[in-house]
Design a protein around this ligand. Structure first.
Ligand SMILES: *[C@@H]1O[C@H](CO)[C@@H](O)[C@H](O)[C@H]1NC(C)=O
Length: 126
């Protein structure tokens, strides 16, 4: 009888946790805007809530009006990765006029997009 209760509790706890893992969360970005001289560099951050399970967390970035995530392999001037357990970064090296625009991050956990950043605007001048 007691074992059964404990087992049921364990099952419901597990189901609850799994369901919670599917909820999305708020992702913020900093700075909201960066004004950078041509050929200079800048870094944007993507900040998300820590969870019990930080395995398989990835942060990807995309630029507004472009339909795919940035890839470091095709553009060596753009680097991104994890900055801490609850943040990712995007570094833009030697910016060009063409780099101007809004950059957004996506936080991916276990292969699913759990949240999108609010966006960071890059203005390039000079
Ligand atoms: C994140 O943005 C993409 C592209 O706009 C959208 O398809 C997706 O539903 C968004 N996901 C969340 C969790 O907001």
């Amino acid at each position: 009888m007691r074992t059964k209760t404990v087992l049921l509790c364990l099952i419901f706890w597990t189901i609850g946790r799994t369901a919670a893992d599917h909820t999305s969360f708020t992702v913020s970005q900093a700075p909201e805007e960066a004004k950078v001289l041509r050929r200079e560099s800048t870094t944007f951050y993507c900040i998300f809530p820590l969870s019990n399970d930080q395995t398989w967390v990835r942060v990807l970035w995309w630029k507004h009006a472009e339909n795919e995530y940035l890839r470091t392999s095709t553009d060596k001037r753009k680097r991104f990765g994890m900055a801490s357990r609850a943040s990712g970064f995007l570094q833009l090296l030697g910016v060009t006029i063409k780099d101007a625009g809004i950059y957004r991050c996506s936080v991916i956990r276990q292969g699913e997009v759990k949240g999108n950043g609010t966006g960071s605007r890059l203005t390039v001048y000079g």
